[in-house]
Design a protein around this ligand. Sequence first.
Ligand code: NAI
Ligand code: MG
Length: 372
Amino acid sequence: MANYRIAWLPGDGIGKDVMEATRPVLDAVGLDAEYLHGDIGWEFWCAEGDALPQRTIELLQRVDAALFGAITSKPVRDAEAELVPPLRGKGLVYRSPIVRMRQLFELYVCLRPCKAYRGNPLNYKEGIDLVVFRENTEDLYSGVEFRPVPEEVHATLARFAPTFAPFQRHTGSDLAISCKVNTRQGSERIARAAFEYARAHGRSKVTIIHKANVVRASEGLFLETCRQVAKDYPEIQCDDANVDAICMWLLKNPMNYQVLVATNMFGDIVSDLCAQMVGGLGFGCSGNIGDQLAVFEPTHGSAPKYAGQYKANPIATILAAKMMLEWLGEAEKAAAVEGAVAEVIAEGKVRTYDMGGSASTLDMGRAIAAKL
Ligand code: NAI
Ligand code: MG
C-alpha cells in the first residue's frame, strides 16, 4: 500500500493541463502515493447540479491531502441556463466548490508563498521572498449578505445607527448589506499559523495587515488578537500596517517584509499583489489548510481560452505540489522539487508563453521532472 492517499482534482479548462504536467514531477521525486481522481467543476454542475458532488466530498474525507487544478464558474443566470434541461427551474444554486471545501473542512489557513526565483523574466525585483497568511473562513466572505434587505434586519440596524443616511433613504433592493464577521478564535488560529511558520522557517518578522483605525470592531479584534499571539513568540519581531499603506510599501520596499498575516479579503487582495511581483498567475500557488485536510492549488482559474492547448504555465501547480509535500512532512522532496523549478527558471531554456517562450505546459513539467 502506498504511503499517502492524494485526492487528484483537475477540474476544468487549463486545470487539467497543469495537473497533467505536475504528475511526472511527483513521480520523479519518488512520492509514494496513490492518486485518487475526484470529480469537480463545471461539467458536474451542468450534468448533476453540483460542482462538488457528494462522492468527491467523501473522497476528501479519506485522503491525506488534495491537489486541485482550477474550476470555471459563471454568473447565476448563465449557470442556470447551462444545466441539463431536467434540472432547470428547480432552484439549484451554483456554489463555488473551493469555497465549499474551505467551509466543509474548515481549511482556515490560506497560505501563499511568493518567491522571486532567480532569472524569472517576470520578477518585479530579484530577491523577493514573501509569505502571506490569509484567514480563509470568515470576514467579508462569510456569505452573510442581504439584498433585498429584509425589513427586520433594516429596522434593527437603523435602530443602532439612527443618523446613518443610507438606512433612512434606501430600502429593498436599493440597499445591499454584506456582513464582515470576524472572531477571536478565527483571528487567533491564523495569527498562530503565521508565527509558527516564521519560527519553523527562520523568519525574523511578521507583519499584521489591517484597517483597525476605520473598521474598528472587526479589524480591531483581529489586530488585538494578533498582537496577543505575538507575545508567545518573543524572538520574532512583530509590526503592523494599514492595508492601503502596505500596498504602497510592498511595491516600494518588498525586501522589508517576510511573513504577512491578514483577514480574508485583505489577504486575498494583498496576496495577488505579492504574486504579481514574482511572476503572476503562472507562479501563484496556495494552500488551503485545516487541522485534518489541506487542499493545494494554483491561484489562477481555468483560462477557458487556453483549455486543452497545453499553453498554460504549470509552475504554479508544481509549486502547489511542493507545498503539499511540505505539509505531508516530506521536506526533502519538497526542497528537491523547488530546486528543480529554480534551476529550470534560472537556465531560461524552457519557458512558457507568459515567460516569453514557446514551451508547452508538458515541456515545462518534463523539464522540471528531468532535474530530479
Ligand atoms: P484565469 O486565471 O482563468 O485566467 C486569466 C488569464 O490569465 C488567462 O486568460 C491567461 O491569459 C492567464 N493565465 C492564467 N493562468 C495561467 C497560467 N497558468 N499560465 C499562463 N497564463 C495564465 O481567470 P479568468 O479568465 O478571470 O477566469 C476564468 C474562469 O476561471 C472563470 O470561470 C473564473 O470563475 C474561474 N476562476 C477559478 C479560480 C479557481 O479555480 N481557483 C480562480 C479564478 C478564476
Ligand atoms: Mg483571489
